[in-house]
Design a binder for this molecule. Structure first.
Ligand SMILES: Nc1ncnc2c1ncn2[C@@H]1O[C@H](COP(=O)(O)OP(=O)(O)OP(=O)(O)O)[C@@H](O)[C@H]1O
Ligand SMILES: [Mg+2]
Length: 266
């Protein structure tokens, strides 16, 4: 199986002359878990919009599933969660927002109801389903927006900051939903703390909108100077053990750091 998304020499310039994405060539393979990281303004969200086929690039092409460059032809296979949940929630009730995608894509009523009910349970939306989306809190909106993307069961998830406004409980629920997803996941984020739990490959975008690094989670997240130069910083556990352990041994998650410490104590 080839790449699910293959971008070639993508550049995107906004009408005011801002070049947000510059000469990006990137292949996302089926089943991969990739984090696209970069400072504020480095072009992550713009890249997400272009890869998701919601914005036409100024130059370059995006091919989907080795089949087509027409994103509309594969709309039902792409789950694009935008950074601002308000862009997602436009129906009269949260329930209608969740049912919208499945209905548009012709999913059977029974399957749609089952999926919506399961997601509402998982993301704590049960009691909010009849509410107008604009009356939700920030974290609730974010959960509702994610549920409306997952509801139609897309193969490829392109998620911009899904953890942004949610509390610890739902952060863990979302992490689990994302890791349990059977297809491909691309996460866009300026914060690296969640990256090791979700991704195996990390793409770093620089302030000029180019890809400045593309490698394994370990290689990228333990490269302090690469991260600092690009307005990022290593996860807390890496900073804690930096200079104490070799790069290959640095714990990327709290669980790994705990294991390491417990081993030392024995
Ligand atoms: N509609 C727009 N018109 C003009 N410039 C824009 C527009 N949207 C974004 N930009 C600019 O494009 C650049 C990239 O923005 P983008 O939102 O893609 O960055 P980002 O990496 O997602 O940032 P953040 O971490 O803050 O979400 C920034 O310089 C931004 O000011
Ligand atoms: Mg963004």
């Amino acid at each position: 199986m080839g790449p699910v998304i293959e971008a070639r020499e993508l550049t995107h310039e906004y009408p005011d002359g801002t070049t947000a994405v510059r000469d990006v060539t990137l292949a996302i393979e089926a089943g991969e878990r990739v984090a696209v990281v970069g400072a504020n303004g480095s072009g992550k969200s713009t890249l997400q919009l272009v890869l998701g086929g919601l914005v036409e690039p100024s130059a370059g092409t995006v091919e989907y599933f080795g089949e087509t460059t027409d994103a509309e032809a594969v709309r039902d296979r792409l789950g694009v969660l935008l950074q601002d949940p308000n862009d997602y929630l436009f129906n009269t009730t949260v329930r209608e927002d969740l049912e919208y995608g499945p209905a548009q894509l012709g999913m059977s009523r029974e399957t749609a109801d089952r999926r919506v009910a399961a997601l509402a349970d998982e993301l704590g939306l049960r009691g909010l389903l009849e509410r107008p989306p604009f009356r939700l809190s920030g974290g609730e909106k974010q959960r509702a927006a994610l549920a409306s993307v997952l509801a139609f069961d897309p193969d490829v998830l392109l998620l911009d900051e899904p953890f942004g406004a949610v509390d610890a409980h739902y952060r863990e629920r979302i992490r689990k939903l994302v890791t349990d997803h059977e297809g491909t996941v691309v996460l866009f984020t300026p914060s690296l703390d969640a990256v090791p739990e979700v991704a195996e490959r990390v793409v770093v975008v620089g302030q000029d909108g180019t890809v400045v690094a593309d490698g394994s989670v370990r290689d990228v997240l333990t490269d302090g100077s690469l991260l600092t130069e690009n307005g990022l910083r290593p996860p807390a556990t890496v900073r804690l053990f930096e200079g104490i352990l070799d790069a290959a041994e640095l714990p990327l998650t709290v669980a790994a750091a705990r294991r390491r410490l417990l081993r030392e104590e024995r």
